[in-house]
Design a protein around this ligand. Structure first.
Ligand code: SAM
Length: 205
């Protein structure tokens, strides 16, 4: 997907995103943030923050910067920040594949439901590793191709459609970990049958 089409798709979603997706996405977002081991004073980057479903979950004792390509999604996130008085959160319009931060700027990076959306997830991961401190934590929530052959076949067939509605469904988890050179500490699904993985990695740059 090209950046311009991603912007258009998510501009279209922005008003209805929470209504459609919160029920599906929120339980893993909540679990992942509560399990990230956030310490007081931590500087955290939320990549592809979207409408900011994650934002109320970050403790006020840390500093969070949320970035997103879509101004329309960020507008919704800004409304949450204002309504809930989330003074510890800053939101910036930015491409995850070209982060405007210095090296080693963050203690932890959170990336939820974005790996399958960006045009080049490996370029994004290389940027994430650059801006995260060595030994810092990278936490990913994402859908990956099923290991069940029937499901994987259906995901492959569905992929052109899913790309048109905003993400790819054919990304293989093992290949992603290998190509992104991720040092994974743990990866699991929240439920036995679940479409999304939660991945905790240590930045091993
Ligand atoms: C499925 S939404 C996930 C939003 C949020 N993280 C969540 O879990 O609800 C994907 C988000 O990634 C953003 N996105 C896509 N490509 C991006 C890029 N190259 N840089 C920054 N954000 C991007 C989209 O604008 C959208 O807000």
């Amino acid at each position: 997907m090209e950046l311009e089409s991603i912007k258009k798709i998510y501009a279209g979603y922005s008003n209805v995103y929470d209504v459609i997706f919160k029920g599906f996405f929120y339980p893993r977002i909540k679990h992942a943030i509560h399990s990230m081991g956030i310490a007081a004073g931590d500087k955290i980057l939320d990549v592809g923050v979207g409408t900011g479903l994650s934002l109320p979950l970050f403790p006020r004792s840390c500093k969070v910067i949320g970035i997103d390509l879509s101004g329309a999604m960020l507008k919704k996130a800004r409304q949450k920040v204002k309504k809930l008085n989330l003074d510890h959160i800053e939101l910036l319009e930015m491409d995850a594949m070209n982060l405007h931060f210095p090296d080693n700027a963050f203690d932890k990076v959170f990336i939820s439901h974005v790996v399958s959306v960006v045009p080049d997830p490996y370029r994004m991961m290389s940027e994430v590793k650059r801006v995260c401190k060595k030994g810092g934590r990278i936490v990913i929530v994402n859908h990956f191709k099923s290991k069940n052959k029937v499901m994987a076949g259906m995901e492959k067939i569905f992929n052109p459609v899913s790309k048109r509605i905003g993400w790819r469904s054919d990304l293989c988890l093992d290949e992603f970990i290998k190509k992104a050179h991720l040092k994974v500490d743990k990866k699991y699904k929240l439920k036995k049958i679940d479409l999304w993985h939660v991945i905790f990695a240590t930045n091993n740059k």
